[in-house]
Write a protein that binds this ligand. Structure first.
Ligand code: TYD
Length: 142
């Protein structure tokens, strides 16, 4: 089974009261990995496409804590799916070896990214043809 089948939307616990909202995301409880890294993306124009990579090792959860964006995931075998991130208590889980494009950022978009690894540029696959080649190699050896 390709990892793209494991991509899923996650609904996080919300503790709202008259003081406002509080959303809880705990590693290995609300998401399927221990959080090693947090980064966030904001100030991207509507016509910008970010991501455009797959990761050999890293798993991610992406949450639009403000505003909206879209994520397109691809398995390198012709299948793709599009997810809308538009709620602060909802995220998308993206396992390793899944191609991802983030786009359609609203002006107020703040995209919070939780990662299972520390940053290592060498585990990023930034060329789509390389990604297809590596996916095919994995399929042959399985
Ligand atoms: P990039 O991977 O292009 O961001 P996106 O996935 O949104 O397209 O990262 C932009 C720059 O930031 C690039 O020079 C690498 C650097 N960077 C780090 O140093 N550490 C990190 O954890 C991340 C995600 C990026």
């Amino acid at each position: 089974m390709h990892n793209m089948n494991r991509v899923q939307m996650l609904d996080f616990r919300e503790r709202g009261d008259d003081r406002g909202h509080l959303v809880i995301v705990e590693g290995n409880i609300d998401i399927p990995f221990e959080i090693k890294r947090v980064f966030y993306i904001y100030g991207s124009d509507a016509d910008v496409v970010r991501g455009q990579h797959a990761n050999r090792i890293s798993e991610f959860v992406l949450i639009n804590v403000a505003g909206k964006s879209k994520v397109k995931v691809k398995d390198g075998e012709g299948n793709e799916a599009i997810f809308c991130l538009n709620r602060p208590h909802t995220g998308i889980y993206i396992p390793n070896m899944v191609w991802k494009d983030m786009y359609d950022f609203s002006k107020d978009s703040v995209l919070l990214c939780l990662a299972s690894t520390h940053y290592d540029p060498y585990e990023y696959i930034r060329d789509y043809d390389d990604f297809i080649r590596i996916i095919n190699e994995v399929n042959i050896t399985q």
